[in-house]
Write a new protein. Sequence first.
Length: 123
Amino acid sequence: MSETVFKQVNYDLNALIKYIELGEIGLPDIQRPFVWKNAKVRDLFDSMYRGYPVGYLLFWQNEFFDDTHVIGTDTKQKTPRLLIVDGQQRLTSLYAVLKKIEVVRENYGRELINIAFNPQLIN
């Protein structure tokens, strides 16, 4: 019987965005399309701005990635070495907004996420 091994790795936001941009982080074929409403994306940024925890990300590292997808609609340089298993909506939201990249929606249409976020409105 094989042994399950988990490893905690602390990536900062810049590293995550860079890995997605290069194509090192991708999506397994089993992941659903991007379904978050723009208001939920805005709330994620609001939580981060306020310093609230926004959860963990769970990646699957495997050498045999046949059916994978990239995050966003831009061209990548590499094949994913890490697949996002938990946290896809959060990670896709962060990447799409920060890089101004379209997401692929449930209907497989492409869309830029438009959030109305004004830090001056926060008390």
